[in-house]
Write a protein that binds this ligand. Structure first.
Ligand code: ADP
Ligand code: MG
Length: 409
């Protein structure tokens, strides 16, 4: 089956239902904490990373945004902490303040009732407060490289007792140019120590860093499907509800897709749209779960052979489709579940070919759009239509993208 359909890389929800935290070698108290936290089964990256980390190995973990990387490193780290000695035993580096805060919050939820102290170290908060916390003693520090360097230079932060080092969002940290700081921080951690590196992508830069500072590390790659999305050009278009059909026809005429799938939310939507398109275009097929299997097979055979050029489909039947000629995916109705977006657009751009995915967004659908962007980890650009007016009211084009970046990365 094609990568976008594989459970291992496609989900921020517990995709492997049969796997339980119990099988990962965790302690009873930790299992209780996880149950209380509402995590019933590990995400794929957690499932893979936790057992290796518990053995003390250096691990490079690649998994996309929203796949549970924080708990993947936090759970084994908490399991391995020694009796509190008031000197940091673990240091976690992350690229932004917001991310540091997010990690601190997640760890706080995982240490409720335990005698563990965690502290975020980042710019924007008066440094004296952080100095005082460090004086009082902490077990885990989470910081941005800049502020951590600052505190190291003031000798307020001492890393002599550190055994666990985590580089979260390593690709992003190198983008931002923290490389020198990171290397200096890594050099001030005594050997032996364990390093966990988490990243959405693996570049030569990251591998260089890993080779230099990690020992005999193993590499886990959980985001194959994200890679396949790279070759797809994605756009969203703000459109009034009653202009959607016109917009679709406009784009079909303009782009002349080799073959395309148009996704709607409901079976009824498929029927209605299929009929309407059939009046204007040749080679329209439709498929949804209520059609009898022979009819579905016929449509699919026609699609594979190329007689059907425009396939109108619901998510249920659209998901598994792997047809080489698909050059365009139209998200006619925005998917309710953001994960379906990734599955839908993964129908095109197969095996590195080019593909275009349009997302129709009605003026009241800003939230689902943001959810999709948070899941895929990057903003989708809006498409500039020339000569076609898709909406008349003021659209949410001016949305503030900062939030997406801040939370997503
Ligand atoms: P990443 O760092 O990969 O972007 P996060 O660690 O921020 O992902 O996790 C994304 C979301 O998934 C968070 O809301 C987190 O609480 C949730 N989550 C993590 N692990 C699990 C799990 N095992 N079960 C359910 N939800 C989880
Ligand atoms: Mg993360």
């Amino acid at each position: 089956m094609a990568p976008p359909d594989s459970p291992s890389g496609s989900s921020n929800s517990p995709a492997l239902a049969e796997v339980k935290f119990e099988s990962l070698g965790l302690s009873k108290p930790m299992l209780k904490i996880l149950a209380r936290r509402g995590y019933s089964s590990p995400t794929p990256i957690q499932n893979e990373l936790i057992p290796h980390a518990l053995l003390g190995r250096d691990v490079i973990g690649q998994a996309k945004t929203g796949s549970g990387k924080t708990a993947a490193f936090a759970i084994p780290l908490l399991e391995m902490l020694e009796q509190s000695s008031n000197a940091p035993q673990a240091i976690i580096l992350a690229p932004t303040r917001e991310l540091v805060q997010q990690i601190v919050t997640e760890i706080e939820k995982l240490i409720q009732g335990l005698d563990v102290k965690v502290r975020g170290l980042y710019g924007g908060e008066p440094i004296v407060r952080q100095l005082r916390s460090l004086e009082r003693g902490v077990d885990i520090v989470v910081g941005t490289p800049g502020r951590v360097m600052d505190l190291l230079e003031r000798r307020a932060l001492v890393l002599n007792e550190v055994y666990h080092v985590v580089l979260d969002e390593a690709d992003r940290m190198l983008d931002i140019g923290f490389r020198d700081d990171i290397e200096r921080i890594l050099r001030s951690v005594p050997d032996p120590h364990q390093t966990l590196l988490l990243s959405a992508t693996l570049s030569d830069d990251i591998r260089f860093l890993a080779r230099k500072y990690m020992h005999d590390s193993i590499e886990l790659n959980l985001s194959r499907d994200e890679m396949s999305v790279e070759s797809i050009k994605q756009y969203y278009i703000t459109v009034d509800h009653d202009k959607k059909l016109d917009l679709l026809q406009h784009l079909l005429q303009k782009d002349q897709p080799r073959q395309c799938i148009v996704f709607t939310r409901t079976k009824r939507g498929v029927e209605k749209l299929g009929q309407r398109l059939g009046r204007k275009f040749g080679g329209v097929g439709l498929i949804h779960g209520d059609l009898a299997q022979p009819a579905r097979n016929r449509v699919m055979a026609g699609f594979r052979q190329g007689q059907v050029k425009i396939l109108v489909a619901t998510d249920v039947v659209g998901r598994g489709i792997d047809v080489e000629g698909i050059s365009h995916v139209f998200n006619y109705d925005i998917p309710e579940d953001p994960e379906n977006y990734v599955h839908r657009i993964g129908r095109t751009g197969r095996m590195g070919r080019d593909g275009v995915a349009y997302l129709f967004v009605c003026p009241d659908e800003g939230d689902p759009l943001t959810n999709i962007e948070m899941l895929t980890g990057k903003p989708i650009p809006s498409f500039k239509l020339d000569g076609f007016v898709a909406h008349t009211r003021r659209a949410p084009d001016q949305r503030e993208y900062k939030e997406v970046y801040r939370i997503g990365f």
